[in-house]
Design a protein around this ligand. Structure first.
Ligand code: IPD
Ligand code: CA
Ligand code: CA
Ligand code: CA
Length: 253
């Protein structure tokens, strides 16, 4: 974990360097942005991690399709929250998730702008800047703060009801936040700020790092059917466990 933290801190320096600068913004889709910093951080981490973890296949957002599921994988999201990064909204992170035989075994999510380092290892607990974190104890959806996100193209979304579903969640909870980094949404669920987070159409690198953090903080992560979340799946819900079933009831299309 020490070497991983060191690599994330160095990657964070690249992100911090670019945060206030003008970026070279390219379009992967009509609102799906990528900058030279996304590419630089991914290249840096791949170079750093591949000799350290030779048995793992490294899958990064800017160089993979996201449908691969090798036995041992390291999923890298070099900048989760690229739109935030481009607009200098400080909710950005670098996310690194280790998967072995379909299980999240290690996760690290680092927001260099806010200096928040989340990390977890299977069986060893979840931490924010070296302090142990736990999910909330909120018992009801009516008292829950919910995080979510939206696909870059609602039209292409595999859940056409994404907007009407929002109405249902809004009227049965304390509110919804759309902060713009799936990895941090998961970590803020792990630390009890959010009681539940859900989103459609994510890719493995968006969630791999944060899933381990939520699970090690005592939370629950599943697919839309309430069963085990698959890293190549289309939907994720993470919660404190207590409101999980009720939230699934509100979300199901
Ligand atoms: C995005 C963020 C966002 C989520 C999008 C993701 P990116 O990742 O995690 O919160 O709503 O669906 O694609 O493109 O900034 O790495
Ligand atoms: Ca992402
Ligand atoms: Ca990204
Ligand atoms: Ca992206």
């Amino acid at each position: 974990m020490e070497e991983l933290i060191k690599a994330a801190l160095e990657a964070g320096e690249i992100i911090k360097d670019g945060f206030k600068k003008t970026k070279d913004v390219k379009y992967k889709g009509s609102i799906d942005l990528v900058t030279e910093y996304d590419v630089a951080v991914e290249n840096f981490l791949k170079k750093k991690l591949s000799p350290l973890f030779p048995e793992h296949v490294i899958i990064g957002e800017e160089s993979s399709t996201g449908r691969e599921e090798p036995e041992k994988a390291i999923y890298i999201d070099p900048i989760d929250g690229t739109t935030n990064f481009v607009h200098s909204f400080p909710f950005v992170s670098v996310s690194i998730g280790f998967y072995e035989n379909g299980e999240a075994v290690r996760g690290l999510v680092y927001n260099p702008v806010m200096d928040e380092m989340f990390c977890a290892e299977k069986g060893a607990g979840a931490f924010l800047n070296n302090e142990r974190i736990r999910v909330s104890e909120t018992q009801e959806t009516k008292k829950s703060l919910i995080a979510t996100g939206f696909p870059y193209s609602i039209v292409e979304s595999r859940c056409p009801d994404v907007l009407s579903m929002l109405g249902k969640v809004l009227s049965n909870t304390r509110g919804i936040r759309r902060a713009g980094s799936a990895a941090l949404d998961l970590c803020y669920t792990a630390k009890g700020t959010f009681d539940c987070y859900y989103e459609f159409n994510l890719k493995p690198w968006d969630v791999a790092g944060g899933i381990c953090v939520v699970q090690e903080a005592g939370g629950q992560v599943s697919g839309l059917d309430g069963k085990k979340h698959r890293i190549t799946g289309d939907f994720i819900i993470a919660s404190n466990g207590i409101v999980h079933e009720d939230m699934l009831g509100l979300i199901k299309c």
